[in-house]
Design a protein around this ligand. Structure first.
Ligand code: C2E
Ligand code: MG
Ligand code: MG
Length: 327
């Protein structure tokens, strides 16, 4: 019945001379799941409906316990996230970015970690999107920028030539759209007396394509400060190659899915073409997710300059990284 409803509702219809297309999301709950009230049953159906909506599915979703657990977990994360900064539970880990030719460390990517006293380590994939929805990403993002700059300046002061050259910092879409991003970055650079060129901000294709004009303006403002701009997870978004010409970027981070599938001819051809394309456009290429020697050898063969991945190192604490830098 639900499928028939969806099919019927998705037929175009005429409204005041215009052809209108609409869709419907349907959630279903059955009496198989014991509930104590009608409203609880409706709320379960609602959850299933929201799942159908969120996943943009054109089929109905039937409620099950996993959906309820997912919703409860999300609520927990949301509640705990509210005062995460004042509880000092966030910290940055660092993953080395390696010069593939010399195998020396060129920079590090700062990756946020949330150590919750009860919930344990909550990974960024689980809480960054929640933080974005509740606008907590701005204070969290500001913390990340400040802390990454502080750490780099500290290493430069104490370790001299052993310090990483570059610090790569992930930025979320909401941050890019926020009017304060440029001044937050500028202030952090001043506060820690860092040359702007050693800070790389990582943005994704879909982020910059979301509001093209506004993104170009912000990215140009950041470029004026002197910071570098990387396109993260390159190749996974739904943008076009034109973003390589229109946006003032310095490097491409080749998504780890390419590297993962680099045992297939087509992927190898694509990686090779992207490396040549980047080179012609004067962009650096950083391969993500290098996990074994075969992948490393292939990327070296193809002339890829930089890479990161578990083969070299997992993301580690600042202290652990420091130990390695000095050894
Ligand atoms: P990303 O920026 O693409 O970061 C790379 C992710 O790949 C990291 O996951 C890293 O641990 C993982 N990774 C690195 N090498 C390998 C490998 O060889 N194999 C595999 N399977 N994975 C590898 P992580 O730290 O869980 O971060 C996930 C995502 O969360 C990041 O993807 C980034 O989009 C986001 N994120 C992390 N930290 C921040 C942050 O401070 N701010 C914002 N806005 N987003 C962040
Ligand atoms: Mg990144
Ligand atoms: Mg990435």
């Amino acid at each position: 019945v639900a499928e028939r409803l969806i099919n019927t509702l998705s037929e175009p219809y005429n409204l005041g001379g215009y052809t209108i297309y609409s869709s419907a999301s349907i959630g279903i709950v059955t009496s198989e799941h014991p509930v104590s009230s009608a409203s609880e049953m409706l709320s379960n159906a609602d959850l299933a409906m929201y799942e159908a909506k969120a996943e943009k599915l054109d089929r109905p979703v039937v409620f099950d316990r996993v959906l309820r657990e997912k919703a409860q977990r999300r609520l927990y994360v949301e509640n705990e996230l509210r005062d995460v900064l004042s509880r000092n539970e966030l910290t940055l880990f660092y993953q080395p970015i390696i010069d593939l030719e010399t195998e020396e460390l060129r920079g590090v990517e700062a990756l946020i970690r949330w150590f919750h006293p009860v919930g344990g380590m909550i990974p960024p994939d689980e809480f960054i999107s929640v933080a974005e929805e509740m606008d907590m990403i701005i204070p969290i993002g500001n913390f990340v920028i400040d802390e990454a700059c502080r750490q780099l300046a500290d290493w430069r002061n104490r370790l001299g030539e052993h310090a990483p050259e570059n610090m790569h910092v992930n930025v979320s879409r909401k941050q890019l759209e926020h009017p304060t991003l440029i001044s937050v970055v500028e202030q952090a650079l001043q506060k820690y007396d860092l040359p702007a060129g050693c800070v790389h901000l990582e943005v994704t294709e879909s982020m910059i394509m979301h509001d093209r004009e506004a993104s170009i303006a912000t990215l140009n403002g950041l470029k004026k400060l002197g910071v570098k701009l990387d396109v993260d997870d390159f190749g996974t978004g739904y943008s076009s190659l034109s973003c390589l010409c229109d946006f003032p970027i310095d490097a491409l981070k080749l998504d780890r899915e390419f590297v993962k599938k680099s045992d297939r001819d087509r992927e190898v051809t694509l990686i090779h073409a992207l490396i040549i394309l980047a080179e012609k456009l004067g962009l650096e290429v950083i391969a993500e997710g290098i996990e074994n020697t075969e992948q490393l050898a292939l990327l070296q063969d193809l002339g890829c300059c930089l890479g990161q991945g578990y083969y070299f190192s997992r993301p580690v604490s600042g202290k652990d990284l420091e130990g390695r830098l000095c050894s």
